[in-house]
Design a binder for this molecule. Structure first.
Ligand code: G
Ligand code: MN
Length: 267
């Protein structure tokens, strides 16, 4: 069967993606997260790329809709978590022991039976402290019930990994579910940053959401910081991490050392 990828004029098939996985055409790029008060790196978010043999390097927009809820989803999850564990092991070998790595998984995938156990085993094999891995729960076409999701989050947290709600405030994640999910990290959707340029009220919304998350015991990450003005403003908010093109676009693994040298790691 053929599927049309979301942002593409060409056709991408499940078989094509399956072949790509087998041929190791998928890889990570990494976008840094800065802990603002310390001005140091707290970690990176991994973002998937597909070095397609005829179409060049594709971003998830071109293939993730095709993979999600297909028979390939689990293979992708396995690939992503294995790659993340390998990356964390590489970082440990270089002495970057405080550096965390986030992976994006659709909410529908974290209910996969045995995922928490699988992660524990994987991280153990590499002698990695589980708290250095973060799962970002991205929206999913069918996240299922909040109760089921909350129980999956609980299992993950019991295994020691960190769990974040991704893109909060723009999609299906509702305010009523914020505390019910039991995540430890809240990532505010980048649209909020876009708005603060010309709307004072959206600053109030961001500040209030940050405080709300913090009062619920979560670490808050502000995404989509693109300009000096936005960076200056978010720097006035206490105890947050921030991410966005102003700090850096996603970088390749070969650029990580330079980035760490330039910014330093949190303790
Ligand atoms: O939804 P999630 O937070 O996982 O989004 C990550 C995506 O957002 C990546 O594709 C990344 O390239 C993009 N992104 C990261 N920082 C910025 C930014 O400052 N502005 C915009 N417009 N997109 C960004
Ligand atoms: Mn994300």
């Amino acid at each position: 069967m053929e599927y049309i990828a979301a942002d593409s004029h060409e056709i991408c098939t499940i078989d094509d993606a399956k072949r790509g996985l087998a041929r190791r055409e998928f890889f990570f790029v990494y976008q840094p997260k800065l802990r603002l008060q310390e001005g140091r790196l707290s970690g990176f978010e991994s973002l998937l790329r597909w070095r397609h043999p005829s179409r060049g390097v594709l971003t998830p927009n071109s293939f993730i809709a095709l993979v999600e809820d297909s028979p390939l989803t689990e293979s992708f999850t396995n690939f992503v978590v294995a790659e993340a564990a390998q990356t964390l092991a590489d970082w440990s070998a270089r002495g970057y022991n405080t550096l965390s790595l986030a992976v994006n998984l659709p909410a529908s995938e974290i209910g996969q039976p045995g995922l928490a156990k699988k992660l524990s085993a994987l991280l153990n094999t590499h002698s990695i402290n589980a708290s250095r891995l973060q799962i970002e729960l991205t929206e999913s076409t069918d996240p299922g019930s909040i109760e089921a999701l909350a129980s999956a989050v609980e299992s993950l947290k019991e295994s020691g990994v960190s769990v974040a709600i991704d893109d909060f405030g723009a999609g299906c994640w509702s305010l009523t579910n914020l505390h019910r999910l039991g995540v430890d990290t809240l990532k505010l959707d980048r649209k909020f940053m876009h708005d603060i340029q010309d709307n004072e009220n959206s600053k109030i919304v961001v500040e209030t959401l940050v405080h709300l998350g913090q009062r619920l015991g979560m670490r808050v990450v502000v995404e989509g910081v693109e300009t000096q003005a936005q960076f200056a403003w978010v720097s006035t908010i206490e105890h947050i991490d921030c991410q966005g093109y102003y700090i850096s676009a996603p970088i390749g693994h070969e650029q990580i050392d330079d980035f760490v040298a330039k910014h330093g790691l949190i303790r």
